[in-house]
Design a protein around this ligand. Structure first.
Ligand code: FNR
Length: 193
């Protein structure tokens, strides 16, 4: 059971990427194999259907889609931009949702995936509005999202130098979210056996 971890921000000091790291550590402590994807390393153009009509999906899309197919869990932390998940994340999820050929079932890369979602923001709301929308998007992709989530408000003051959160309870909750995702994936795989 492998987990793909995605941050919706490529900002150098991204709060969401730092929050994601905590949940990733929690999942790894529970035994999960986690691949952290930095979307900065994927040259994903803004989606334009002309790509599909003319030259096909760019290589970066194929690579990201292959990664998605290889993993069963999705751990996501995304900024909230005007109440929505970041366009960077939405664009990546849209690209991966596309069929590469007529034989491939729709949403193939997302089949059977289970996700856990998080958000961090310098504001008090912690990006919770963005997560509401992200949940709808995941549902439309056929991905089941765990009911639990982490929202980290006042993120500019929330992290210690070592990357942990000042708030121990929140630190444990973020670690647990990663571990819980792994547990659910294990339970799911046992049921399918
Ligand atoms: C924001 N930000 C923001 N914050 C928030 O809590 N609610 C919001 O609706 C918005 N909207 C918004 C729109 C746009 C266009 C930008 C650029 C920013 C602030 C945002 O949370 C902040 O920049 C975070 O630091 C972004 O996350 P990372 O990069 O730190 O992970």
């Amino acid at each position: 059971m492998k987990i793909l971890a995605l941050s919706g921000s490529t900002r150098e000091e991204s709060f969401n990427s730092r929050l994601l790291d905590i949940a990733v550590a929690g999942a790894r402590s529970a035994g999960a194999e986690v691949t952290v994807v930095d979307l900065k390393n994927y040259d994903l153009p803004l989606f334009n259907q002309d790509f599909e009509y003319h030259e096909g999906a760019p290589e970066a899309v194929i690579q990201l889609k292959d990664l998605m197919i290889e993993h069963q869990g999705l751990l996501i932390a995304s900024p909230e931009y005007n109440g929505f998940p970041s366009p960077l994340l939405k664009n990546a999820l849209d690209w991966v949702s596309r069929q590469q050929n007529d034989h491939e079932p729709p949403m193939f890369a997302y089949k059977g995936k289970i996700a856990a979602v998080m958000a961090a923001s310098p504001g008090a709301g912690g990006g919770s509005r963005g997560l509401t929308v992200l949940r709808i998007l995941l549902q439309n992709l056929g991905v089941m999202a765990l009911p639990g989530q982490i929202t980290l408000g006042r993120a500019s003051q929330a992290f210690r130098e070592d990357g942990r959160l000042h708030d121990d309870q929140l630190q444990r909750a973020a670690e647990s979210l990663g571990a819980d995702l792994y547990d659910v994936l294990l339970q799911q795989s046992t049921k399918l056996d």
